[in-house]
Design a protein around this ligand. Structure first.
Ligand SMILES: [Zn+2]
Length: 255
């Protein structure tokens, strides 16, 4: 589904998923959003390794290649959002200055930071660091949103007819937004304040679209966060004896 604001068309290339594994660590199925407008081809977050093929395919369906992407805007440095910045050789790559400084200072081998990719980004001519209140690309402003990580940023698109708020992982899914409490935060108080700020920004104008880091985009209908499209997620498992035989697990909320 392509959404339109006055100046951008927005496609969710990869839909975020609100869940974690039972015994395989983090799942990392994050949102990758494509914005086209003002002669720019912008990605908000770039997904993890597993999404590389999907991103190439999704761009191709829209007549684009990775070399056409002009701007990659990262909400934070976790691997499932940041690692693929390196796929886009011609893009400016943006990340919060506090986030980059923090991520680059983390010990090797202990966190969800892709250390070598962050090290590479830090010295890349593609890098542009962000501060709060900056206009990243036309119409899109940065907001500090610490908690999940110390220098996390969210992005607000003033779209004319419709505004769009990209929260990344500062509010990852519908349950976090509704309950105003979050899973996986480095600072609970900061996260609580950040989620309040998400609500302030979301309710500033009617029909503002909220695009979370690990869920489907939502709008407020009579004050209730409501998904604007269906969920696409599942697993196909080889539990049998033939390669052709797979068992499908659709990952949907029970009816
Ligand atoms: Zn994260």
């Amino acid at each position: 589904m392509t959404l339109r604001t006055q100046n951008y068309s927005i496609d969710i290339l990869v839909q975020g998923f609100p869940g974690k594994t039972v015994c395989h660590g983090g799942l990392g199925w994050s949102t990758v959003a494509l914005l086209r407008g003002y002669d720019r081809v912008v990605l908000i977050d770039a997904g993890g390794f597993n999404m590389r093929g999907v991103i190439v395919e999704q761009l191709k369906e829209r007549g684009l290649t990775t070399a056409d992407v002009t701007d990659v805007i990262l909400t934070h440095a976790h691997y499932d959002h940041s690692i693929n910045w390196i796929m886009f050789p011609k893009a400016r790559v943006y990340i919060g200055s506090a986030e980059l400084a923090w991520a680059a200072a983390q010990p090797i081998g202990h966190t969800l930071i892709p250390e070598l990719y962050i090290r590479e980004l830090k010295v890349s001519p593609q890098l542009i660091v962000l501060k709060e209140g900056q206009e990243v690309v036309p119409g899109i402003t940065t907001y500090d949103s610490p908690g999940h990580t110390p220098g996390h940023m969210m992005f607000y698109l003033a779209g004319g007819d419709r505004d769009v708020l990209f929260t990344g992982d500062c509010a990852k899914n519908r349950a976090e937004i509704l309950s105003r409490s979050v899973d996986m935060t480095m600072d609970e108080d900061a996260s609580r304040r950040t989620v309040e700020r998400v609500w302030e920004l979301w309710t500033k104008r009617s029909y503002t679209l909220l695009v979370p880091g690990h869920d489907i985009p939502m709008i407020l209908k009579d004050g209730v966060p409501t998904y604007i499209e269906g969920r696409r997620a599942g697993l196909a498992a080889w539990f049998g004896e033939k390669l052709e035989t797979t068992t499908l697990f659709e990952l949907k909320a029970p009816a």
